[in-house]
Write a protein that binds this ligand. Structure first.
Ligand code: IPE
Ligand code: IPE
Ligand code: MG
Length: 235
């Protein structure tokens, strides 16, 4: 209390372990993703209740297209259903939805729902929930670099005039603070191409709990640990 970090402004989750959760129960992997969607609802409600301004969830990476077609289809359908079901809850709880990633490759039914929910919640200010879909940190940086180059050329500016602030304005996260805390469930200790630019000074938290089993108490434990971490930012 007092000298700690307080609450993170921006928490980002690498939601991992749906497959292992299902396999341990001898269920199809899709059932794990379905159980994971319930955790998304629970974690979003928890963050909103706690007054976290920015919550970001890694839902589908640029590398996840290499999974079997049936699993990719199931994930996209689940995401569509989630968006349909959650719109009223987002509106009711003053939550803005934002998408991170390249929409181009996302199947049109899912892409259209993402666009619709973003549009309907655009003015909401209680919390920003960002869903990273067809998101990869390296892909985001390359897309931003292309657009930044175009922006410089259009303004007749030299490459040397490119600075961090201008570049960041082309990232998918433009205008958002960097994540303070990145939480990965299910035990792997890596970023898997998530927010590689923005996580430069994030506190990283790894828990063995799978995403479907990640509870409010687990979330509380992560916040407690974050509160105690010493952040130095190089100073
Ligand atoms: C996370 O769970 C969901 C996505 C990556 C879409 P996984 O499907 O990666 O689960 P594991 O890692 O196989 O257990
Ligand atoms: C990271 O999980 C991607 C998402 C959570 C969407 P993965 O399961 O795809 O990552 P790896 O393959 O273990 O690195
Ligand atoms: Mg995984």
């Amino acid at each position: 209390m007092g000298s700690g970090n307080g609450l993170p402004v921006h928490i980002a989750f690498i939601m991992d372990g749906n497959g292992r959760w299902a396999e341990a129960k001898r269920l199809p992997r899709a059932m794990g993703h379905r159980a994971g969607a319930q955790t998304v609802r629970r974690v979003t409600a928890f963050a909103r209740r706690r007054g976290i301004p920015f919550l970001t969830l890694y839902a589908f990476s640029t590398e996840n297209w290499s999974r079997p077609r049936g699993e990719v289809d199931a994930l996209m359908e689940l995401l569509s259903a989630f968006l349909d079901d959650e719109l009223p809850t987002l509106l009711e709880n003053d939550i803005r939805l934002r998408m991170l990633g390249d929409p181009a490759a996302i199947p049109s039914a899912t892409r259209e729902r993402l666009a619709l929910v973003q549009e309907k919640t655009a003015g909401l200010k209680g919390m920003t929930l960002s869903l990273a879909v067809n998101y990869g940190g390296r892909d985001e940086i390359v897309r931003a670099a292309r657009r930044a180059a175009g922006g410089l050329a259009a303004a007749g500016r030299s490459p040397e005039s490119l600075d961090r602030e201008f570049f960041e304005s082309f990232l998918d996260t433009a205008g958002m603070p960097d994540p303070d805390l990145v939480i990965r469930t299910a035990g792997e200790k890596r970023l898997s191409n998530f927010l590689v630019w923005q996580s430069a000074y994030a506190e990283l938290y790894f828990t063995p709990r799978t995403w479907p089993d990640f509870s409010d108490a687990d979330f509380e434990a992560a916040l407690d640990e974050y509160e105690k971490r010493i952040r130095k930012f190089g100073s």
